[in-house]
Design a protein around this ligand. Structure first.
Ligand SMILES: Cc1ncc(COP(=O)(O)O)c(C=O)c1O
Length: 365
């Protein structure tokens, strides 16, 4: 049994083959087609495809004008990419506490971290569970902050009836190999404002406006770069893989949610286990199924002895020396850090596997 799974559909294999046969591998029609499909099928607003989730986060920070001296609030419970993207703009990451029953940023703790230098906040949807976006966007309006959702784990999640990817000013998705939808490596930056979308489309490719810059008789485009751009665009090969993998996305997501429901039912009264919050107002994308356990190492060893993988997935990032962080007041983070563990929750897990996992856990550790 694997902890993660890479799902490639037959349609993706055919789509990639067709793209290879065209001989056009750079950014082109397949990228536009995949962007349109993400809007039509997953209700993402203005998705701009890029070559990774990290690029999407960095692009958002650059477009929001975050620079030296600016502070950006984020949870420590994430992957290093979230913090490194802030350093790429020479800004300062400010680590904020989380709710240990969700793994997500605590809006009250976030407000306490706001100073006159704070310019943005990055809520991370841990494991695919949507953050308190109403509270966070209210704070953002009050203190004039850019909200950049890190939705690397949350493709297909919903908050109060709205898809993640159409709520805050920016939302960054990852299509890396083991995510819900893969393009090998890739990502999307969703922008609620058309101006941000236009900036993302230009700045993902060196700052050149592909649509407006025409080829001249000299054989090169006519362009003027006004703002720093990056080589962050997605190519057509990756886009055709993503477009093909979109086939069946909703039923695969429902299957993850059904696996989680079975876990919740089977684990709700097991001593030593605390389930995460599960309110009715949002839909979890269940990239992973996180729980809190007592004697975590004993739990992991017991599962491993029965061939069942379990993982913390990411540890708090603020202790990496690059962040030079002196954060000490993260009590929710500390509680989560001691007890959090995730169980496999993907489309290669069958009901027999789930019964086995539940039986082993119910037998104690
Ligand atoms: C929370 C989080 N943010 C950002 C990223 C970066 O995404 P990518 O690997 O596509 O650059 C990841 C990657 O797993 C992640 O887990």
């Amino acid at each position: 049994m694997e902890f993660f799974n890479t799902h490639i559909t037959p349609e993706a294999i055919s789509a990639v083959t067709r793209t290879l046969e065209t001989g056009w591998l750079s950014e082109g029609a397949q990228v536009r087609d995949f962007e349109a499909a993400l809007s039509a099928e997953l209700a993402l607003v203005n998705p701009v495809l890029v070559n990774s989730g990290t690029s999407a986060l960095h692009l958002a920070l650059a477009i929001a004008g975050i620079g030296p001296g600016d502070e950006v609030i984020l949870p420590a419970q994430t992957f290093v990419a979230t913090g490194l993207a802030i350093l790429m703009q020479s800004a300062t990451p400010v680590f904020c506490d989380i709710d240990p029953r969700t793994g997500n940023i605590d809006p009250t703790a976030a407000e306490e971290k706001i100073t006159s230098r704070t310019k943005a906040i990055i809520p991370v949807h841990w494991g695919g569970y949507p953050c308190e976006l109403d509270e966070i966007n209210t704070l953002a309006r009050q203190y004039d902050l850019a909200v950049i959702e890190d939705a690397a784990h949350a493709l297909g999640a919903q908050y109060r009836g709205q898809a993640i990817g159409r709520i805050s000013r920016f939302t960054a998705f990852s299509f890396q190999a083991i995510k819900h939808l893969t393009t090998g490596d890739g990502g999307a930056l969703c922008c609620t404002s058309p101006d941000d979308r236009d900036a993302a489309q230009t700045r993902r490719w060196f700052g050149i406006d592909r649509a407006a810059s025409k080829q001249t008789i000299l054989g090169e485009r006519d362009y003027d770069i006004a703002e720093l751009g990056f080589k962050y665009h997605m190519n057509d090969l990756a886009a055709s893989l993503g477009r093909g993998n979109l086939v069946g996305f909703h039923s695969r997501l429902q299957r993850r949610q059904a696996i989680a429901a079975r876990y919740r039912h089977g684990l709700e009264s097991v001593p030593g286990i605390t389930l995460m919050k599960n309110p009715e107002d949002r839909k979890h994308a269940y990239w992973i199924f996180t729980i809190l356990v007592e004697d975590r190492e004993g739990f992991i060893r017991k599962l491993a002895s029965e061939g069942i993988p379990a993982s913390v997935v990411h540890l708090r990032i603020d202790r990496n020396s690059i962040f030079r962080s002196i954060t000490q007041d993260l009590r929710g983070q500390e509680a989560f850090e001691r007890h959090q563990i995730s169980l496999p929750c993907h489309n290669a897990i069958c009901d027999v596997d789930i019964d086995h996992i539940l039986n082993v856990i119910c037998g104690g550790w």
